[in-house]
Write a protein that binds this ligand. Sequence first.
Ligand SMILES: [Zn+2]
Length: 458
Amino acid sequence: MASARLFSTGTIEKNGYSLFQGARKMMIFDKQPEGAVDSGSTIRIKGRKILEAPYNPASNLYDLTLEILLNRRVHLNVRSYKTWHRRFGHAGKEPLRHLPKNVKGVDQLDPADDEPCEGCAFGKSHRLPFPPSEKRATEPLELVHTDLDGPMRTASVGSGFKYFASFIDDYSGLARAYFLKFKSDAFRAFNDFKAWAENQTGRKIKRVRSDRGGEYTSNEFSELLRSLGIEHHKTMPDSPQQNGHAERWNRTITEKALSMLHHAGLSHGFWQLAIEAAVHIYNRQPMRRLKWRCPITLWDGTIPDVSYFRVFGCKAYVHVQKDKRKGKLDKKAVEMIFVGYEQGSKGYKFWNPATHSIVVSRDVIFDKESFPARKIPGNRPVTPDDSPFSDQEVPSDDASNAEPENFEIDIPLPIPLPEDAPPAPPVPPEQPAPPPPQQPDPPPAVPSATTFSPAPSS
Ligand SMILES: [Zn+2]
């Protein structure tokens, strides 16, 4: 625990809390000042008191004892528009407006703090409309869109992936991404998706539409589908009017991922983690095409609880278990970067810049206003002019697994931490992590993205 530190009351206001002083104490409430009603002589505060500090005449300060309580569930619904905009991967105003009614864990948002956002420098201008003639399927797995993206200019950190295969259920909009090291792993990704989707729904895939180049438009894939009794529809090449569903979806997801990377100041190698997080968010975001319901709701009937969502790339103090500490003076928490949601374990994923590795944990405190990667000297963050995604179509001929000419490996630089940096954040940041959704448990069935590593791990 840090002692004798000062913190700014302005930061409290900025983070959506309100502060009242008087009667020899200071109180912090969990609502913005409009929660207070000033009737002339009395001020009635509608928010919930979360902290109280007595006035100390000796020091002329308010004494506030703060202790970092790890692994304790404190649930406060943050109302800030800006925070939810970031947590939802820089989603637009319309989907955010429909959040409170269509997900659990979000109160009515306050659009007052809708300010220009640097993460949003990406792409909103070229959103592709759905092809006008396209009618939505009437049940899950009646029609599945698929696409293969890559090779990326940079292999992903941690796992060295270069491609991702996406599958989108036309009826629900539910999407899954599979990450591949080689283009030739695409069929195995399809088989994995098919096994998962059919088992979860008890239905069979009827039709598959592949929109662009890559393995999924090949004759070999058509033959595989024919043998499974699945119809294969291919979008004609060179026909821009037929810009398909998968292509539109891919662009939405990559723009989300790029905004998240750019805002976080993370470098190219984090593309896979960003895509994975973007897909996770997408499946839980209200969509106009679904009358503002979320894909996951149409897929399995559940209303997603998103109270565990956090801002991608923000700083996190990850608790170190007692038995993992080397000595009595070893830090209780290590500073890391939040990089996504661990499927099926209710944990979060973190990048540990000191060890260059991904860590999964639930015991953590987030600081949603701090983005450590932005401060790394020599870091090459993703920018609108410098994206890890190639615009090239995946060639379907088979010069296949060769690396692109400009292929590179991203080695994220370690973040230098001052030796005496206290592990505790100076102000109450975001609430200690509620472990991701508690009840009802999302069916383990619906991770939005899984990694697919066909090569035996070495
Ligand atoms: Zn934004």
